[in-house]
Design a binder for this molecule. Structure first.
Ligand code: GLU
Length: 502
């Protein structure tokens, strides 16, 4: 394979959707696997849809995911500029070539005229096509006299430039994922290549840039598959070799039907954007703000539409790069499963050491007006980590280490508080006074002795102790919690629980 060069070519029309990130990821993995280059190209020729801040968002999101481009508007490179709005002279030169060779033409039909034709065709049950069947009756440089065309141009009559789709041609394209695509040219429309605002359309700028930037493989979403025959014809019109193509399957809603849309996240309560995006209607949280680790997010995305052909699910970047194979990407849509996304995060969070989690945990405790204390906080993280899927879960499982319970789970108290509970707890408190080294191990042994000498069941002491310490019947190992909180604090909590319950 000659040098692999692939590109992610988003339009800055808003935040990246997770589908867009997956497209970037598959491009990135493919490039890295083949020692190639991954480019970022900003396709901003549609001024009407341009959204302020979107380009910046795209770059930040890619960086957060670890998908840093080798070439792009920020990184630079030998094939720039990488922003289409800065390349208009290039497009102007290239459209001139097609005009000179009679492969493109000026069209002066007004929007209203075209709309009427579209409506009339619709009435007959057809879709309106501007092509070889009718272009000679429409208002363009193929149907009008040369002098008329010149006059219209001199008068600055608004025009578009259309591609003259060749007649009666069978277009054959190959897609790495979908196989062969065969389309008859007569079914295509003479697509607009240059708009009346003097800027190229997506189709034109896209193929010119893919050629000039020496793109070897175009890997993009399935929604672009219908444009493939047109793109193939454009490469041919210039006499250029087309890159190879791979159209990625859609990401489907959790129920398995329909494309996952930007609105689904709000409706169903999971993020669809990598980073938060602010609009006048409020902030949409991203994966980052929801507590996802970029590694978990990337691993989850990689498996939407691809798998290595084994049961393996947890794969870091190096493994993904090693295993990724475009020809193993599925044709059918990939159902997004939000629970699986949580599972991935839990898997990656568990791989972090407590030290690595310390900073995010201390952020949270500070927000509860608690002074951080590295040694204690680390032990707390050790104690509660295994139940967490997100760093923010740590607080939910650990808050009682910092704040003594003031109220107790009602059902728990009902279940636990018996006639003899107060006496048992009081006996235990006098016993614990004598535990010299208040370590989990010693506490554990003393509890064992206690139940034996008192001739009571284990639960008789464990459950009220747990309620006293946590306020509810869950939490980490009791002797461990006791060691961390210390003898005095345990005494206070047990006493408070007795006063509260009897
Ligand atoms: N600008 C197009 C988009 O927003 C790029 C499509 C392509 O990769 O060719 O998706």
């Amino acid at each position: 394979m000659s040098q692999v060069r692939v590109r992610f070519a988003p339009s800055p029309t808003g935040p990246l959707h997770m589908g867009g990130v997956r497209t970037a990821l598959f491009n990135y993995l493919f490039a890295k696997k083949h020692n190639g280059k991954f480019l970022l190209r900003i396709e901003d020729t549609d001024q009407k849809r341009y959204v302020e801040g979107a380009e910046d968002y795209i770059i930040k999101a890619l960086n957060w995911c670890g998908l840093t481009p080798d070439e792009g508007p920020e990184t630079g490179g030998n094939f720039g500029p990488y922003r289409q709005s800065e390349r208009n002279d290039i497009y102007q030169n290239h459209i001139q070539t097609l005009l000179n060779e009679g492969k493109a033409y000026y069209a002066f039909d007004t929007a209203e005229e075209l709309e009427n034709l579209r409506l009339a065709a619709e009435k007959r049950g057809n879709a309106f096509l501007y092509n070889s069947a009718n272009r000679n009756e429409l208002k363009n440089s193929l149907s009008l006299e040369k002098s008329e065309v010149e006059e219209l141009l001199n008068q600055k009559t608004p025009f578009v430039i259309r591609f003259k789709i060749p007649d009666n041609e069978t277009i054959r394209a190959h897609d790495i994922i979908r196989g062969n695509v065969v389309v008859e040219s007569n079914t295509l429309d003479d697509k607009v290549l240059f708009k009346s605002d003097g800027l190229p359309t997506y189709h034109f700028a896209n193929i010119v840039d893919d050629h000039l930037m020496r793109i070897s493989h175009v890997i993009r979403g399935e929604e672009w598959l219908p444009s493939l025959p047109l793109h193939i014809l454009l490469y041919k019109a210039f006499g250029w070799e087309a890159p190879q193509f791979a159209h990625l399957p859609l990401i489907l809603k959790p129920e398995g039907k329909g494309k996952l849309s930007k609105r689904d996240g709000e409706k169903l309560g999971f993020p669809v954007f990598p980073l938060a995006w602010e609009t006048e209607n409020g902030i949409h949280d991203g994966y980052r703000e929801s507590g996802y680790l970029p590694s978990a997010f990337i691993n989850m995305l990689a498996l939407l539409g691809w798998n290595p052909g084994t049961e393996e699910e947890i794969m870091d970047f190096p493994s993904l790069i090693r295993l990724f194979d475009l020809s193993k990407v599925n044709k059918s849509g990939a159902r997004f499963n939000p629970e699986k996304a949580v599972w991935f995060n839990q898997q990656y969070l568990q791989q972090l050491t407590s030290k690595e989690l310390l900073a995010s945990f201390q952020e949270i405790i500070k927000s509860h007006q608690i002074q951080p204390n590295d040694a204690f906080d680390l032990k707390v993280i050790d104690a509660v980590k295994e139940r967490a899927s997100f760093a923010q879960d740590l607080w939910g499982n650990a808050s009682f280490f910092y704040q003594a319970p003031q109220v107790f789970d009602e059902k728990g108290v009902k279940k636990v508080w018996k006639e003899d509970t107060e006496e048992i707890l009081k006996n235990f408190l006098s016993l614990q006074k004598n535990i010299e080294i208040y370590s989990a191990e010693n506490i554990h042994d003393e509890i064992q002795n206690f139940v034996k000498t008192q001739e009571i069941g284990f639960g008789k002491i464990m459950m009220p102790l747990r309620l006293s310490i946590v306020g509810a019947l869950h939490g980490p190992d009791i002797p461990l919690m006791m060691e961390l909180l210390g003898k005095d604090e345990i005494e206070k909590r047990v006493q408070f629980f007795i006063d509260y319950s009897h």
